[in-house]
Design a protein around this ligand. Sequence first.
Ligand code: CU
Length: 493
Amino acid sequence: MNIQQTDKTGSIEIAGHENKEARHPKDPSAQSAPSRLTRRAFLRATAVSAAALAVGSVPASLAAGGGGGGGGGTVTRYPLRIPLTFSPSNYSLTAAPGAADLGGGKFSSVLAYNSLFPGPTFQANKGDSASISFTNGLSEATTIHWHGMIAPTNADGQPQDLVAPGGGKSYQFPIIQRACLNWYHPHPHMATGKQVVLGLAGAFIVNDAEEAALGLPSGAHELPLIVRDANFDRAGNLIYNPTSSGYLAKNPMVNGTRDPYLNVDTALYRFRVLNGASARLFKIALNNGAPFTLIGNDGGLLETAVQVSQIEFSPGERLDLLVDFRGLSVGTKVMLQDLNAGWNLLEFNVTQGVTDNYAIPTTLSTITKLSNPVTTRSFSFDGMTRINGKEYDLNRIDFQVPFGQTELWRFTTNGNAPHPVHIHGASFQVQSRTGGRGVLFPWERGWKDTVLLNDRETVEVLIRFDGYRGRYLIHCHKLEHEDQGMMSNFVVS
Ligand SMILES: [Cu+2]
């Protein structure tokens, strides 16, 4: 099969071409995370490379993995990086500038957790505890938000709880939720997009007994796939050059690898997929027309497996997919594609014949439906900067939510979508979508913490906060909208 590389097509023009500063960052202090930056200054100050965020002479360090050649059509492909996996119990994590091989053996400056790009994958069981000792080796403040984890306010990594440059914080929380793929990333107001895009993100997998009993593909047949886009300067360093409407970059990356391939067996694989982009919607499909078997999403397993041939998902959303290579002969190549941009994301090379008779269970889980909401709240995602007419204020609490009661939350927009709506502190169940696409999709069943609100749409969800009392956030997960103020504090009490 002759795969045509298409990653230069379908990309969206970045206005402003602000990356001169990024190539020659003269004044790193000008790039530091300001707490009182205006929106105009946000755009002016954010064209930046990772090198600009070095503290003094923090040495660049080398990311694991990568390198080597690889076959595959007309484009040189590189082995997909598989992030290393660790327990989050008594783990030390440092954010700092580093260097990563994005494929091909050439190192690019990035921001990295423990010199890994993407960051280490955490894996824990329900009932375990996370205890992470964090050190900020950046030249600006940051936090770590555990996206999808139900964590108490003081461990949720909110913008109010900044960790200063050179400082540290202990993030401790019990793992109280069902099995799912979550992730972690910075959440400092007005600097989240920059820090995430320059490299600070990693997967956090929760397992439980219900999932284990299904005997799903595991070991070498279970992999996280963090899909995102990226822009580079002439030297190949990752840069952040957003516009106010979003960072839509010109190159796809999976697990921090450009043009990746993965050698696979004739087996069933489980891929835990995260849209780790700042603003881009991906519409994934396999180029051989085979469907994915969708078994889960943000909040874990669905009730039943469903076959889908295309899935469009937004920043922050996760998918749990089974891909069946069992009927294919050794030598076959299958491409995971993004139909929105016309990109080839990841090439699967079937290289080894094995016997795999695993039968996908028809019933995966039982999900208790939320019902009978006591309150309805409406949230209008206005422009690129406001919710219900207000820009984010760190110190303002916009509403109070009673603990343990089911509410209906309604999301509307008057333009500038997509707005991926994300809520901290609880998962929700999507009830309806009217206007716009007008339907709910199979990957929106079950439990979610991020839902795509697209043009002209109204989306309703049921939500109940039964983890913790305390301050949480609702915000747009297009990181440029979030950084410009499309975020709101509330208190569960
Ligand atoms: Cu938005």
